[in-house]
Write a protein of this length. Structure first.
Length: 296
């Protein structure tokens, strides 16, 4: 069975791109699911899939996050990875779907979990907002804060991979788009809040050479993440599973020195242990290494 992908709310589970893409398990908030039931849910996922990768946005409530850690601690399981993502909720949903796709590939659970950090750099997630006065997850200048209180103002904000903010209007320019669009193609997902704006579909998508724009319901955590419910959220991404597979497969693999899981990047997604620096790694003591430099 493929590695199980889990989320903290059903609105982070986007429709599959094909008939093979598996669904994601939903781990509800503590006020809607008692602890004993949450433990049983996680135990069942582990029995069926072996490993569970839980992805959730940084805007999730503190109680919900504590529940996730409590369940993992009570079960004393080293087969549960908890990924707190800095992406906005819609971008998180896109990344979750990509992990669901990759779970069917020949990657180990450690590679799938640590691939989240890599793939997040290829998701251009942002929003059009009526105000940035309460936006605290993207750097906002004092001038933009002051303009955020002016009636009728609209701002385009890019949260990642590089934060950017512009005020929509004459001569405002555009947000910096993905560089991979011309070579691999780009799709965009949008989610509308209480803001009547067509700027994303009429202006941004053509400028970014987006091949297809689809709409999804606005995630419940989006107003909390962006600081306002008057928004249009968007996320541009790589849709081709073949390209995603090549991205992950091209990165050097390591073995976690603490828990033994495979990983890519500089940190294990399951136990959070960092990859030792080359000069601090243990080396074989066999005769082939005698008299050689300890540096690789």
């Amino acid at each position: 069975m493929p590695t199980a992908i889990a989320v903290t709310s059903a609105d982070l589970v986007l429709p599959p791109t094909d008939q093979q893409t598996p669904a994601a398990a939903v781990l509800p908030a503590p006020d809607s699911r008692p602890l004993d039931a949450a433990l049983a849910d996680m135990q069942m996922l582990l029995e069926q899939h072996g490993h569970v990768v839980v992805a959730y946005p940084s805007s999730v409530t503190t109680d919900h996050e504590r529940r996730l850690f409590a369940v993992r601690a009570i079960l004393e399981s080293d087969r549960v990875a908890l990924l707190k993502l800095d992406l906005p909720p819609l971008g998180t949903a896109v990344l979750v779907r990509q992990l669901r796709q990759l779970s069917l590939c020949d990657f180990s659970p450690g590679i799938i979990a640590s691939a989240a950090r890599l793939l997040s750099h290829y998701i251009y997630a942002g929003a059009v907002l009526n105000s940035v006065a309460k936006l605290d997850r993207v750097p906002v200048s004092l001038k933009a804060h002051l303009k955020g209180w002016m009636p009728g103002s609209q701002f385009a904000v890019l949260a990642g991979p590089q934060p950017q903010l512009i005020r929509i209007g004459q001569g405002s320019g555009l947000l910096t788009g993905p560089e991979f669009g011309a070579q691999f193609g780009t799709r965009m997902l949008t989610a509308r809040g209480a803001l009547p704006s067509e700027w994303v579909t009429d202006t941004l998508a053509p400028a970014w050479h987006v091949q297809d724009v689809q709409e999804a319901p606005l995630p419940d955590q989006s107003p909390r993440w962006w600081g306002t419910g008057k928004l249009v959220e968007f996320a541009a991404y790589l849709p081709d599973i073949t390209v995603l597979y090549q991205l992950v497969a091209s990165v050097r693999r390591e073995r976690c020195h603490w828990c033994g899981m495979e990983l890519i990047g500089d940190r294990c997604a399951f136990c959070s242990a960092p990859v030792p620096a080359p000069e601090n790694r243990a080396h074989d003591s066999g005769v082939l290494n005698q008299g050689t430099s300890p540096n690789p």
